[in-house]
Design a protein around this ligand. Structure first.
Ligand code: NDP
Ligand code: 8X3
Length: 253
């Protein structure tokens, strides 16, 4: 049962937005973050009809801004029970030699450094909450399944998976749970971002198949956060029925 506040990064779109809406239905008070202020405020206005919402325009890559945002949390939002480390992105689905170093850095800065920034800033709150608290890190099926064009993206998500496991070791005895939630293909703005705004290329990713929806993933987040306090899911990988592994790719002369 969620009695405290749910802190969601990347709430302006996709999983984070769906999660905010579903957590609001559970009656949870929310801290929602993202860089796009207009979207964030629209969501906050929508949800304030039912629950308390604190909206923070935040770039997770900025460690100082993250620390300040946590320091500035109004008293009523300080009992953080659930951290949903969701903000993240893939860039450039092209093969590695064609990808700019800037895109690689942006993925590392967001998916690795940003997630670490938020986790570090909120650990004291989560430990203070203790039994029943959860860190839910959104990794990806790409953290364990290599594929062409995943290069740094999949590697950042492998970091998220291993960081989740390692955190569990260090949080033993605190009651704080850690889960790596790893979705496969899901229809959000993810592919639009990945293709640098190429709508046709993004639509092609989801054409003639049935991806997960943002709500499918948000439901898993709500489920994990609501588990009895003595239970921890270490890793939960969810994929569409239509997504399965391929064989090794053989290069032939
Ligand atoms: P979306 O693009 O729809 O949402 C991404 C969210 O991350 C946005 O709210 C965006 O907000 C936020 N974000 C990105 N960069 C930053 C930043 N520097 N600081 C703060 N917020 C940021 O994609 P998804 O909902 O699909 O992605 C959510 C997570 O799920 C990501 O970590 C992604 O890697 C992962 N994932 C996605 C899958 C998919 O197929 N869709 C599958 C597996 C995992 P804003 O731009 O306003 O800052
Ligand atoms: C996103 C899922 O399959 O595009 O993490 O890597 S996939």
């Amino acid at each position: 049962m969620i009695k405290g506040t749910v802190f969601i990064t990347g709430a302006t779109s996709g999983f984070g937005q769906a999660c905010a809406r579903q957590m609001a239905k559970q009656g949870c008070s929310l801290v929602i973050c993202g860089r796009r202020e207009d979207r964030l405020m629209t969501l906050a206005d929508e949800l304030r009809g039912s629950v308390a919402v604190h909206a923070v325009v935040l770039d997770v890559r900025d460690a100082q801004a993250v620390q300040q945002a946590v320091a500035d949390l109004p008293l009523e939002f300080q009992a953080i029970q659930v951290l949903v480390n969701n903000a993240g992105l893939a860039l450039a689905p092209e093969p590695a030699p064609q990808v700019s170093l800037t895109d690689w850095h942006t993925m590392i800065d967001t998916n690795v450094t940003g997630l670490v920034n938020v986790t570090h800033a909120l650990l004291p709150c989560l430990i203070q909450f203790g039994s029943g608290a959860s860190i839910i890190n959104i990794a990806s099926s790409a953290s364990q399944t290599p594929y062409p064009g995943s290069h740094v993206y999949g590697a950042t998500k492998a970091f998220v998976t291993q960081f989740s496991y390692n955190l569990r070791c260090d949080l033993q005895g605190t009651g704080v749970r850690v889960t790596d939630l790893s979705p496969g293909m899901a229809l959000t703005e993810f592919s639009l971002v990945r293709t640098h705004g190429n709508a046709d290329a993004a639509d092609a990713v989801y054409a003639n198949t049935v991806p997960l929806s943002a709500d499918d993933v948000a439901e898993q987040i709500v489920y994990i956060a609501n588990l009895p306090a003595h239970m921890n899911i270490n890793r939960l990988e969810i994929v569409p029925v239509r997504q399965a592994w391929g064989p090794y790719n053989i290069h032939r002369d």
